[in-house]
Design a protein around this ligand. Structure first.
Ligand code: HEC
Length: 233
């Protein structure tokens, strides 16, 4: 523990005041407390986006007793992008440094890009209103908040689909036209080709069918002759 604290003191980049991630769902009260007033954190922005669409979001921290604020926001899917006064750290949005409030309010802007497929997602955030003394004492964290976003294809796309559907019957009626033309093709192909092919086969004198035919006819003739002779005899 002492080693961890020493590392934080020696490496400002690791200091909590420069952003704290991994606590978006539990909040900051594990370490921060002892401040006055009551802190609210509120996430605002579009509650519905199309797949792949990017929306602008704001987390507002307010507590008129405090001078600065910080935040941690995570998303259950999609991707976050940092705004003007914050940074993306381990896939989450957090303050770059404690940010001064104006009239007890500080806002953090960021973006969220929806995944390519539809679904229900949420931004989970926690805010902290601090006194600016560079320590975790005398601060008032907010309760964790959740902002739900529905990712759904825009309604404009849905109304466009019926238009596509009505164009399909036109395609369907053109198919029967093709079908009725096919019998014409069939009669041409069947009649012409078949008789041609058959006669061609005979003309070629392939022999393989002609020979049994001749042999069979000869055999039948011989048997017939034999029977005739027996009857006559
Ligand atoms: C594991 C303990 C821990 C947690 C959890 C934690 N912090 Fe901190 N935070 C500290 C410590 C220690 C300091 C003072 C030293 C420093 O800056 O690292 C501090 C300082 C700060 C400061 C500057 C305070 C001031 O008065 O100047 C801000 C802002 C801050 N934290 C924001 C947050 C936010 C926002 C969260 C929650 C999303 C959070 N912290 C969660 C330990 C924590």
């Amino acid at each position: 523990m002492f080693t961890v604290l020493l590392a934080l003191l020696l490496n400002p980049a690791l200091a909590n005041g420069n952003g704290k991630t991994g606590v978006s769902t539990q909040g900051c009260a594990q370490c921060h407390g002892g401040g006055t007033g009551s802190t609210t954190a509120e996430i605002s922005g579009p509650a519905q986006l199309a797949p792949g669409e990017t929306g602008d979001y704001i987390l507002t921290v307010s507590n008129s007793d405090m001078s600065h604020g910080g935040l941690d926001v995570s998303a259950t899917g999609g991707s976050l992008q940092a705004g003007s006064n914050n940074q993306l750290k381990s896939g989450e949005i957090t303050h770059s440094s404690k940010t001064a409030m104006a009239s007890g309010i500080v806002t953090f802007d960021f973006k969220w890009t929806a995944p390519a497929s539809e679904g229900d997602f949420s931004l989970k955030g926690a805010g902290n209103a601090v006194n600016g003394d560079g320590q975790s004492r005398g601060d008032t964290p907010s309760s964790p908040v959740t902002f739900n976003i529905t990712v759904k294809a825009a309604a404009t796309d849905d109304t466009a689909e019926p238009t596509d559907d009505t164009s399909q019957p036109t395609d369907d009626t053109s198919v029967p036209t093709d079908d009725t033309s096919q019998p014409t093709d069939d009669s041409n192909v069947g009649g012409g080709d078949d008789s041609n092919t058959d006669s061609g086969g005979k003309d070629d004198g392939c022999g393989c069918s002609a020979t049994p035919g001749v042999g069979g006819a000869a055999l039948v003739g011989l048997i017939g002759l034999g029977m005739l002779r027996r009857r006559r005899a």
